[in-house]
Write a protein that binds this ligand. Structure first.
Ligand code: TYD
Length: 220
């Protein structure tokens, strides 16, 4: 899929973080920043982004009592991801568009790996099959403490989804895994302190995007 690198390929940006970290607000900010730089982008999400992916999302995030074991959950995430990569992400990147994706494989490591205890080597193996060589070029990781995240989720006027209903120790493992991934991938993953005000978080993200964009231009 990605063996012969197309030099005009777009860039693949993902945004990650625990529930309540403020992904929705900041995703919007990222899109506005890209638009202001004249970048043609596609915004999408996981699980989801395709009709199949959105159907899988409905199953995964449903609040009903459907029992899904961690391996099944992982495979459903990657089933959605395979369809998403082939029909949305790769065609857009090949056409020179940038992708802004709300969560990707780091979330599988954080939630199915860290949260539910699926071996990271299993997740790695499946990701090699599904992604071939495709990895995000930049990941913005919104980090904040569990208590602040929980209080932000509970002030939303919606019922909590399956992941938001998890206990604090699950959430701590999710956070720790994200932080470990950031340490292991310091060039790709940029950590943003999401406990700050919206204005301060936006300023951190703007800085990250400016550096990334100027590196892209310098490498042209
Ligand atoms: P989320 O992105 O938080 O959407 P919203 O902000 O609209 O609630 O919801 C997606 C949930 O899916 C989130 O709790 C994390 C989970 N998830 C995984 O467990 N593994 C994955 O690989 C992905 C992509 C998401």
């Amino acid at each position: 899929m990605n063996d012969q690198k197309n030099v005009n390929e777009g860039k693949f940006i993902t945004i990650e973080g625990q529930d309540g970290a403020g992904k929705t607000t900041n995703l919007d900010f990222i899109c506005r920043q890209l638009a202001s730089k004249g970048i043609d982008y596609v915004v999408t999400r996981e699980p989801g982004g395709t009709p199949l992916g959105e159907s899988i999302r409905d199953i995964l995030l449903s609040r009903n009592e459907l029992s899904i074991n961690p391996t099944s959950e992982l495979l459903l995430m990657f089933a959605a991801r395979a369809q998403h990569l082939e029909t949305v992400i790769e065609p857009a990147l090949q056409a020179g568009k940038w992708i802004v994706c709300d969560r990707f494989t780091d979330a599988s490591h954080a939630y199915q790996g860290g949260g539910h205890g699926v071996e990271h080597s299993t997740i790695e193996a499946i990701s090699k099959i599904v992604q071939k060589n495709r990895e995000p070029d930049l990941t913005i990781l919104l980090d904040l403490d569990i208590e602040t995240g929980e209080s932000r989720v509970s002030t939303r006027n919606e019922e909590k989804d399956r992941y938001e209903q998890q206990k604090s120790d699950f959430k701590s493992r999710v956070r720790e895994t994200y932080l470990r991934l950031a340490k292991e991938n310091p060039h790709r993953i940029q950590l943003v302190d999401a406990s700050k005000s919206i204005v301060e978080v936006s300023a951190q993200i703007e800085k990250v995007l400016n550096v990334f964009h100027s590196n892209v231009n310098n490498n042209d």
